[in-house]
Design a protein around this ligand. Structure first.
Ligand SMILES: NC(=O)c1ccc[n+]([C@@H]2O[C@H](COP(=O)([O-])OP(=O)(O)OC[C@H]3O[C@@H](n4cnc5c(N)ncnc54)[C@H](O)[C@@H]3O)[C@@H](O)[C@H]2O)c1
Length: 256
């Protein structure tokens, strides 16, 4: 089985971050024309440089996905430069743990907007383009926090649960139009997003050792699943929320 994205255009948001960068590098290595997007221009450029150094093809667009016009702009850019989109990978997102009572109205809006609304707006912009082309794939990075509650991640988890539901809805409403939609749900992966664990007893190392496989996920663990799910080899996988978490979702945590 060989995964080949030659001739395919792939949008990846959050491409300056850990999972987005690993995914951008892998899709480009597999032959895709990658449209890499992030709000952080400097980190986005590092991703583009790494792809270019590896001989891959990528273009960048700086965009804030929480702005519906900017999210739409990424899709328009892909259409104008590459003539359409084959894969939209909604990956930008994130949260810092905060107790529920300490989440302000502004923070609620920001978390919802980044982790749910942005995925909705980009997907709704991409769908008609994919329908016109006769097919496509939408992938979203959600989180285990969208299935099980995690202390301090109430709004983030609710937003990710919304994305899981949105992917399922796209899957059933657009399946006959050749479009598949799936979600990838990591648990804690070793990226900048979980550095706050350093301030907990045992730190990141102790947390990693307590995981079912004794380690955290790597960005590459997520990227390889994304490359498979968006490929024709997963052509009958539609509407799933796939945990890529080393067994975390399978584990029942018993107090004590
Ligand atoms: N790392 C984990 O433990 C973990 C676990 C579960 C789910 N996730 C999810 O994985 C995805 C990728 O996260 P990561 O771990 O690579 O973290 P990361 O912080 O390394 O990457 C996130 C990227 O999103 C970008 N971003 C943030 N706000 C943006 C905006 N408004 N517009 C455009 N880009 C924006 C950031 O600049 C950053 O480059 C996120 O959706 C996150 O929720 C991560």
């Amino acid at each position: 089985m060989k995964i080949d994205y030659t001739g395919k255009s792939v949008i990846i948001t959050g491409a300056g971050g850990s999972i987005g960068r690993a995914s951008s590098l892998l899709f480009a290595q597999l032959g895709a024309s990658v449209i890499a997007s992030d709000i952080n221009e400097e980190r986005l450029q590092e991703t583009i440089d790494q792809i270019a150094n590896a001989g891959g093809s990528a273009m960048s667009i700086v965009a804030d996905v929480t702005d519906p016009d900017e999210a739409a702009g990424i899709v328009k850019f892909a259409c104008n430069t590459l003539g359409g989109i084959d894969v939209l990978f909604n990956n930008a997102g994130g949260s810092f743990p905060t107790p529920m009572e300490a989440i302000s109205k502004e923070e609620f809006q920001r978390l919802r907007s980044l982790n749910f609304d942005a995925v909705y707006h980009a997907s709704m912009e991409a769908l008609p383009v994919m329908v016109a082309k006769g097919g496509g794939v939408i992938l979203s990075t959600t989180s285990g926090a969208g299935s099980g509650a995690v202390n301090g991640l109430a709004v983030y988890g609710a937003a990710k649960a919304g994305v899981n539901s949105l992917m399922r809805s796209i899957a059933i409403e657009y399946g006959r139009k050749g479009i598949r939609a799936n979600a990838i749900a990591p648990s804690a992966a070793s990226t900048g997003m979980i550095q706050w664990l350093e301030s907990t007893p045992g730190g990141v190392k102790g947390f990693a050792e307590a995981q079912p496989m004794g380690r955290l996920g790597a960005p590459e663990d997520i990227a390889s699943v994304a490359a498979f799910l968006a490929s024709e080899h997963a052509g009958f996988v539609n509407g799933v929320v796939l945990p890529v978490d080393g067994g975390v979702e399978a584990m029942l945590a018993v107090p004590g």
